[in-house]
Design a protein around this ligand. Structure first.
Ligand code: MOS
Length: 739
């Protein structure tokens, strides 16, 4: 296996991230970096109506361009089976099958594939494809949808998505002396990682080899096998490095089976990189949502009743479930609570995960409402949150496996200097006339576990190889595993090779939801324990005083191996490992048989608002995070910087401008879809509680990648209120909202 570039020896790798040096050199190969003399280039042509029927497609002119090798339309792409929907026992990012009939579900749906000698020729030829459509009416925003909301509890009838009910929240709210009843709204947003969606496919005999930056190599493998009628063993997916993915590259896309088919008929490898405009049209994204929050309580600041009702967008063809009320049901010690979630079907692609799905949005809604409650009571918002802290998951009555919310708030207040904050809004003015505001919000994210596997090999030469479930998206899983193995086996870091994101190494799960590291360290620990036990036994049962591999050398063994699997405490072996082997998405939690598990964060934010232009800047953020034990402070801190940065973007910049007249997204590039740049991001001060959660996980590790974004948008909105006295109830918050 040669997918991983070997690590250089010496001190350069002793920093927190074992592949940092190689990345700076540009050495790791990402999917689109694959090249070769044989390679052909593909491009997709996409539908240019909002919805309807493709009544005519004529590819003659495209096929006649010199250098075009193949043009595939629905007339040629025959025999493809449906991949299904990954949240409904399938593998696709959505269930919709493209290029199998004349149905157009949304603007930007692929209608033809062109393969050519160069990218330029492929692009040129797609432009020459002639089409006629019979348009149909369509609905792309929550406001103009002419559809009835579908309760999530009916769309996905499993306990996880049931309405959450505790006591009689409506009555308790009605009886409360202090009431907040507000609506919050969030816009659709699209992922814009540096690495575009990109795939290189090649056939080696009957084996399909796929190089694709995906966080779900197992799903892509099994999905391709389904679509193309292959045995999964005939499909290899290699995804050793991913140039950014927080939910976008979570399942099989439309393009991969099409180029696999084309590659088989042409007998040549094919590369397809989807242009950035197409990832706004035909890929996963964060759906639009609406929330009504009611909080009832008393003048002492006690919040007694909470009601959270939500609507979020899904597609006509799939039910992408939502879990917003998981946040609001568990964050405070409600005596009465009611959570209900609805889906609204729109004529768009199926939305999906985008960093901190649900909880970033739920935190914006609930934590803004809590700030409104604190203002009505006249209480400091940190004190109010401390007064409403809880030790148990109110709806299930289960204890939390660990929860350091109060500690996060106290340490954050201290680091931020919160005690000097005036209660009255609009009272701090900077020397340059800027209005200054300080805001706080809590955030949480479920701590989940996905079935996973580790195979460990230790050689007498002192080389260790880990073949494992999991993907490296830049979050640092390769670094964490390398360091754990090196430490346990007494090896230098450069003698540990980690093979991941590769279906040849181990069955691959969807690495997402913050469950990557927590799910991997448990089987890794078991495999390490097994190796150490084997070494001890080879050593005649005596304690090993030298490095383990030296024992192997001494007794003349070339190598020993260990393999371990693991799943969460709420799952049965058979079901869990069948899901792992088949590429199905099956995380466990956050409600386990004996406890409920979340990671937590307290976000403190300062905003400065220009008195004339109303431009909002965020000069400093303090994030205090309870995510269990920290495995690697460098990669963990970097996750927080990234999550807070994304939170600032989500709060103040990012909005996919959906076009209700023609469908699609108007600002489909990063010139007009505005993401934060360096000048937008100032100080992000990070502290970890770093208390191992021994109930949750053998290593005490909870989830990290998503929780760090939770609460950022709410803290910014609350800080803007503190600066101006004006509430912000819609994301993103724009200049025009502050004029
Ligand atoms: Mo995810 S939203 O890929 O953790």
């Amino acid at each position: 296996m040669t997918t991983q570039t070997p690590m250089p020896a010496g001190d350069v790798v002793r920093a927190g991230r074992v592949d940092a040096y190689l990345k700076v050199l540009g050495a790791p190969l990402y999917a689109a970096d694959r090249s070769g003399p044989d390679l052909l280039y593909a491009m997709l042509a996409v539908a240019t109506v909002g919805k309807g029927r493709l009544s005519r497609i004529d590819a003659a002119a495209a096929a006649a361009v010199a250098g075009v090798r193949l043009v595939m339309t629905s007339q040629d792409a025959t025999g493809l089976q449906a991949a299904g929907y990954s949240f409904a026992d399938g593998y696709g990012y959505q269930s919709l099958q493209v290029m199998v009939d004349d149905h157009i579900a949304y603007r930007g749906q692929p209608i033809a594939l062109v393969v050519a000698d160069t990218l330029e020729i492929a692009v040129e030829a797609t432009r020459l494809i002639e089409t006629d459509y019979e348009p149909e009416p369509f609905f792309v925003t929550l406001d103009d949808a002419n559809a009835a909301p579908i309760p999530v509890s009916e769309a996905v009838p499993i306990p996880h998505y049931a309405d959450k009910v505790l006591g009689d929240a409506d009555r308790a709210f009605a009886d409360s002396e202090i009431q907040v009843d507000q609506r919050y709204e969030t816009s659709p947003q699209h992922h814009n990682p540096m690495e575009l969606i990109a795939t290189v496919v090649e056939w080696r005999g009957d084996t399909l080899v796929v190089h694709e930056g995906t966080q779900n190599a197992g799903g892509v493998q099994n999905g391709l096998a389904t679509v193309l009628g292959l045995d999964p063993a005939q499909v290899e997916v290699h995804s050793p490095y991913i140039g950014g993915s927080f939910g976008q590259k979570f399942a099989l896309g439309h393009h991969t089976p099409l180029i696999a088919l084309a590659s088989r008929s042409l007998g040549r490898p094919i590369k397809l990189v989807r242009p950035r405009a197409q990832i706004f049209q035909d890929a996963s994204f964060r759906p639009a949502s609406q929330h009504r929050i009611r909080i009832g309580g008393d003048r002492s600041g006690r919040m007694v009743a909470g009601i959270h009702e939500t609507v979020h967008q899904t597609s006509r063809h799939d039910m992408f479930p939502s879990s917003y009320t998981e946040y609001s049901a568990t964050m405070y010690g409600w005596e009465h609570y009611r959570g209900h979630e609805d889906l609204l079907q729109l004529d768009t692609p199926t939305p999906g995960y985008m960093r901190c799905p649900y909880d970033h949005i739920a935190a914006f809604s609930l934590e803004s409402a809590v700030d409104e409650f604190a203002a009505l009571v006249g209480m400091d918002p940190v004190d109010l949150r401390l007064a409403n802290d809880t030790g148990a998951d109110a709806v299930t009555s289960l204890p939390f496996s660990s929860r350091y919310v109060a500690e996060c708030l106290r340490r954050g207040s201290e680091r931020f200097g919160w005690s000097s904050r005036p209660l009255q809004p609009g009272t701090i003015v900077a020397d340059d006339g800027s209005l200054v505001g300080w805001g706080v919000a809590l955030g949480s994210y479920p701590a989940q576990l996905s079935p996973s596997m580790v195979r460990l090999r230790l050689e007498a030469s002192g080389q260790a190889t880990v073949s494992m479930t999991g993907h490296e998206m830049g979050q640092g899983i390769r670094s964490v595993v390398t360091q754990q193995v090196a430490e346990a086996l007494g090896l230098p870091l450069d003698r540990v090779e980690v093979l991941l994101g590769d279906t040849r190494a181990a069955p691959q799960h969807l690495t997402a939801g913050g469950w990557g590291s927590a799910s991997s360290v448990a089987p890794l620990r078991r495999a390490l324990d097994d190796i150490l036990a084997q070494v001890r036994s080879l050593n005649g049962g005596r304690d090993v005083r030298q490095s383990p591999h030296e024992v192997l050398a001494a007794v003349g063994r070339d190598a020993i191996e260990a393999e371990a699997r693991y799943h969460g405490p709420g799952q049965e072996d058979e079901e869990a490992y069948a899901a792992l082997d088949s590429g199905a998405i099956l995380p466990d939690g956050p409600v386990y048989p004996e406890f409920t598990s979340f990671s937590y964060v307290a976000q403190f934010v300062e905003v400065r608002i220009d008195p004339t232009t109303r431009r909002v800047r965020v000069p400093r953020v303090v994030s205090v995070v309870d995510c269990g034990r920290i495995l690697n402070p460098v990669t963990a801190t970097s996750q927080i910087w990234g999550g807070v940065t994304w939170g600032i973007g989500a709060a103040l910049r990012e909005q996919s401008e959906v076009d209700p007249r023609f469908g699609g997204v108007l600002n489909a590039d990063i010139a007009e879809y505005v993401i934060p740049v360096n000048a937008d991001i100032a100080e992000i001060d990070v502290e970890f509680i770093n208390e191992p959660d021994q109930a949750f996980n053998t290593d005490g590790v909870k989830s990290l990648g998503n929780v760090v974004m939770s609460g950022v948008a709410a803290a910014i909105g609350n800080a803007i209120f503190h600066a101006t006295g004006r509430r912000q109830r819609r994301l993103p918050i724009r200049l025009e909202d502050l004029l």
